[in-house]
Design a binder for this molecule. Sequence first.
Ligand SMILES: [Zn+2]
Length: 621
Amino acid sequence: MSKRSIFLSLVSCFLSLASIAQSTYWQQRVEYTMDITMDVEDHQFKGDQKLKYTNNSPDTLDRVYFHLYFNAFQKGSMMDARSRSIQDPDRRVSDRIMNLKEDEIGYQKINSLKQDGAELQYEVSGTILEVKLDKPILPGQTTLFDMQYDAQIPLQIRRSGRDNREGIDYSMTQWYPKMVEYDMEGWHPNPYIGREFHGVWGDFDVTIHIDNRYMIGATGYLQNAAEIGMGYAGPVSKNEDSKQVQESKINSWHFVAPMVHDFAWVADPDYTHTTIELDNGTVLHFLFQKDSNTTNWDKLPEYAKKTFEIMNKDFGLYPYKQYTVAQGGDGGMEYPMITLISGERSLRSLVGVTVHEANHSWYQHLLGTNEAQYAWMDEGFTTYASEYVMNQLFDKYTPHKGSYSSYFRLVESGLQEPLTTHADHFHTNRAYGVAAYSMGDIFLHQLSYVIGTETLMQGMRRYFNEWNQKHPTPNDFIRVMEKVSGMELGWYLEQWIETTNTIDYGIQMVQADEKQTNIRLERIGRMPMPLDIEVVLKNGKSKYYNIPLRIMRGEKKAEEGMKDYTVVEDWPWTYPQYELKIDVELDDIESIEIDPSERMADVDRSNNSYPVKAGIIFQSK
Ligand SMILES: [Zn+2]
């Protein structure tokens, strides 16, 4: 063997080791073919659902579960009980489920379920269908579930349903019997109580038969626009169709969605349809009821286009050729390739909600974390990206500030719970909201303080490239950040996510020492952090000192604007104090501040500066 071939075989050995490491990741696969017949008089539909399910796990599965989300909208459901007992109920739900009439409740009734042609036994347990398999699914095996069911669309209470408060007929989300995800953490048959979802990656082929007065928007690409003569082929004036209305014909809308983990749709007879195209060919669609309350929808497409351009450039390329913003639902809720938002809003609010939901295309619909378990990775990362985008869309925007103040108020209230809490298990909706949205946003913004903004953004793109169309976990995310920064960051994940520890650092004493100055810093809070210290000199210049944490085993490089930057001795966090000795005379110092960028979520900033900003000057010479 020549030296060269030894080298080559070593290289191929390393390559195969690398692919072994990657191949430990697996995910299940679904291929749905649905045929849906809508009865728009009784608000019911019949479903014929064929599901090819591939078990890519190393485990033999002796059971499967399906979500039956519509069953939540029945008196006495877990969602109903939870909403009537939690101390701060969502006003959209409160006691409304209890008061639904028989023809207003939601349900999914399974008429038959077969596996590879053989009838299966099953049990409906609230919003979960429990299915014991006669024939277990072996690792690597594909099986076919054939299901026939009837469903009634509930009066809209939360997210899905009919007749939303702005008059949209059908908001069809969490609407079909959906295979529960089985991943490395096992099955996730979460009852539908309040929030957050998880789904199996795969392809959807959905045909919806509906009265031809209706226009539909959906996840996926419409296959027969010409045949229908409306919809995504372009807007059609309703008057041209008035003859057909009297004949009450049925249109069959055929959609195909490749590699997504859910499917949603909307239908209304009064939708106006507009579009805007990105330079790369992706088409953004807008469906709304044009009236005096929705005039801002005329300006929305330009903002949405800019949003996708910024996200594509800075966070990773949106791979689908289409995205739809549809008026519907009860606020804003993200689905693959489509969002349903309430539409009667000020321009700023309309753009804000669109940016947030569109950014979920990255943080949930491409980076498919288990939202119920790690809500901070989808709501929080989405909030971070939205603040990033909004800051570029609007003048005088102060990004992330709102997240910090909500967090500080929650700490003060004593209601804080760790971010590892399951989305449905927080004691209060408030604690969930601040944990998922605000603390998730801070998690990233504060991480930019630890590793540097440029490194963070490099990490965000690498995270996207390595994990899109998969199910990343918190550890997968932090490993990417460790690789791009060269630092150990497990402590940061653990402290911020798994505990309710808070951060508080202070300047204890500033003392002249001949030509030098001694600055004594103290750690008051339980959560350790590296420190940026800015020393402003009387000549107007600034010196920056970075104190890494010893457990980081690395240090941040100078960030933009930090010209005079010195990394000093690291801080072993168990020491309550740290002595920073700098080569500057005290008389030359105008002020000293811990974390001048205010990215560190320090719960008491009153002790962060010298002289104390409140006006109390302490100094001992
Ligand atoms: Zn969100």
